[in-house]
Design a protein around this ligand. Structure first.
Ligand code: SF4
Ligand code: SF4
Length: 176
């Protein structure tokens, strides 16, 4: 009876939402320690490793993130740009289109290596951890904004550019 009364009394208090980084995190667990997720959520640490995000406008499609990934869960395909496609927010000139950029979060082990090699810091780990899907294939998230049709057009532009350059080179050689 004494124990029951003690718990009923303690249940007047609920858990605080100060986050696991606080020194007194475990001391906060008095009274009702469960929370009404997803309406309530405990803040995640700033250095936590959760779902990845890519600011594709700042991506130079260097492929470094895909190369360093230990589980090969980043898929990137590029097409060389023959037109001016601008710069990233840090002033790096972009020379490649990202025709494909997928990260399979079902394979990702959240090591964070991809974020450390990115020259423009456009691939980051977010505080998003509660992404639920019905189909596991939906975890292969797309970050490129290019449609298949646009990729075909860019490839045709590149092929034409290469043909014209080869023809000009051949004509110049002939002249010599
Ligand atoms: S966090 Fe690690 S496993 Fe996940 S995509 Fe980046 S390098 Fe690959
Ligand atoms: S390392 Fe960064 S810039 Fe290079 S492809 Fe990956 S996300 Fe893009």
């Amino acid at each position: 009876m004494g124990l029951t009364i003690k718990h009923i009394w303690a249940a007047r208090n609920g858990r605080k939402f100060d986050g696991v980084a606080n020194d007194n995190y475990f001391e906060q667990q008095e009274g009702i320690v469960t929370i009404q997720y997803p309406h309530q959520a405990i803040p995640v640490p700033e250095i936590g490793r959760y779902q990845l995000d890519v600011a594709i406008d700042d991506c130079v499609v260097c492929d470094l993130c895909a190369k360093i990934c230990p589980v090969d869960c980043i898929t990137i395909e590029s097409i060389k740009a023959v037109e001016d496609i601008g710069k990233t927010s840090d002033g790096t000139t972009k020379r490649l289109h990202a025709s494909k950029f997928f990260i399979d979060h079902a394979k990702c082990m959240y090591c964070g290596l991809c974020t450390t090699v990115c020259p423009t810091e456009c691939i980051i780990m977010t505080s998003e951890y509660d992404v639920s899907v019905f189909d596991i294939n939906e975890m292969d998230r797309k970050f490129s904004v290019m449609t298949e049709q646009q990729a075909v057009e860019k490839q045709l532009m590149l092929d034409k550019f290469n043909e014209e350059r080869a023809a000009a080179k051949a004509a110049a050689t002939k002249k010599d």
